[in-house]
Design a protein around this ligand. Structure first.
Ligand code: TXA
Ligand code: MG
Length: 299
């Protein structure tokens, strides 16, 4: 159900959930101080209780306990925008951070998100999709996951991939690849932050990365030679199969924008199985796209 900005604000203040657009993907919003509403987020998404949420706000303010080196420079360079920082927190309700001593923070850049935040105060927002499914980049995606009566504020998500999540441990490191590629941080930090993978037996740096993710119901398999059927691939490559195009292999921004809609289209059209072209460069935004596709592959 489409709602206006005023209705979205009123619903949030009443303790309801609303899906709202951000510049990355749609978020499933609840007010930060409303523990019952935050509980609903976990329920509605089917999200594991140990997977914490991102606090969205207009500035960090008093929520941060310690300020690691280069925090200010990162904030000035990338906020508002698709960067999330995990920091030692103060006064963030336990349920929002799944009991961790840290919390994730982001100042979003979408004008509608900003207008809402100004009226509601900080919001927690996971991506507005059922846990494990591809994130939503269109109102229809939200309605397909949560039903036609779920309140959605319509607006454009332009980047199509979630924010990049960083934390500080001796140096800044990336714990979830996202819309800002690792190389983007070099001018500010003087180094390209390493991408931290959680090893077996370690406590996870980014709990969400442990779970199956970004996956349609259709079974996706890595592309092999001479396959027929359906291929999720690139418009400028030739396959002997029906192509579900992600866009041109020369245009990572457009592929990012299309990615989840293309994966969701497989399910909308009842596709049971498809091959996916994973022959992608491992740099810049392609690194994030490649990681998302790897996660979507049938395991
Ligand atoms: O672009 C985005 O980040 C979108 C929009 C709506 O802002 N949000 C989003 O939220 O992608 P979600 O919940 O789908 O992903 C948040 C990720 C999860 O993998 C979670 O485990 C991680 O951030 N995270 C949250 N708090 C954390 C913390 N304290 N320590 C480590 N990882 C954390
Ligand atoms: Mg998500």
């Amino acid at each position: 159900m489409r709602v206006t900005l005023e209705e979205a604000v009123a619903l949030l203040k009443k303790g309801e959930l609303v899906a709202i657009p951000t510049e990355t993907v749609y978020g499933l919003a609840a007010c930060l101080e409303d523990v019952a509403a935050i509980q609903k987020i976990y329920q509605v998404k089917g999200r594991p209780a140990q997977n914490p949420l991102i606090v969205h706000l207009t500035e960090l303010g008093h929520y941060v306990k310690t300020r690691p080196p280069y925090l200010q420079q990162l904030v000035e360079a990338f906020w508002p925008g698709p960067m999330t920082l995990v920091l030692e927190q103060s006064q963030v309700p336990e349920i929002a951070r799944a009991g961790l001593p840290t919390a994730a923070f982001r100042v979003p850049n979408h004008p509608l998100t900003q207008q809402i935040l100004q009226q509601t105060g900080p919001l927690v927002m996971p991506s507005a999709n059922l846990s494990g499914r591809p994130s939503s980049t269109l109102p229809e995606h939200v309605e397909s996951d949560f039903g036609p009566h779920f309140p959605v504020l319509e607006g454009e998500t332009t980047l199509g991939l979630e924010s990049t999540v960083l934390r500080f441990a001796d140096r800044w490191e990336i714990i979830r690849l996202g819309a800002l590629p690792p190389e983007a941080f070099e001018t500010v930090l003087g180094y390209v932050p390493e991408v931290r993978e959680t090893k077996k037996g370690e406590s996870p740096a980014c709990p969400g990365q442990l779970f199956r993710h970004y996956a349609p119901a259709a079974q996706l398999l890595p592309l092999k030679d001479n396959v027929s059927g359906i291929v999720v691939g690139f418009s400028d490559r030739h396959y002997n199969a029906t192509l579900y195009s992600l866009g041109s292999s020369q245009d990572p921004e457009a592929v990012a924008e299309n990615l989840y809609a293309t994966l969701r289209r497989l399910d909308e059209e009842g596709v049971q199985q498809a091959w996916i072209d994973l022959n992608i460069p491992q740099e810049g935004l392609w690194k994030t796209i490649s990681q998302r596709l790897q996660k979507a592959v049938f395991q």
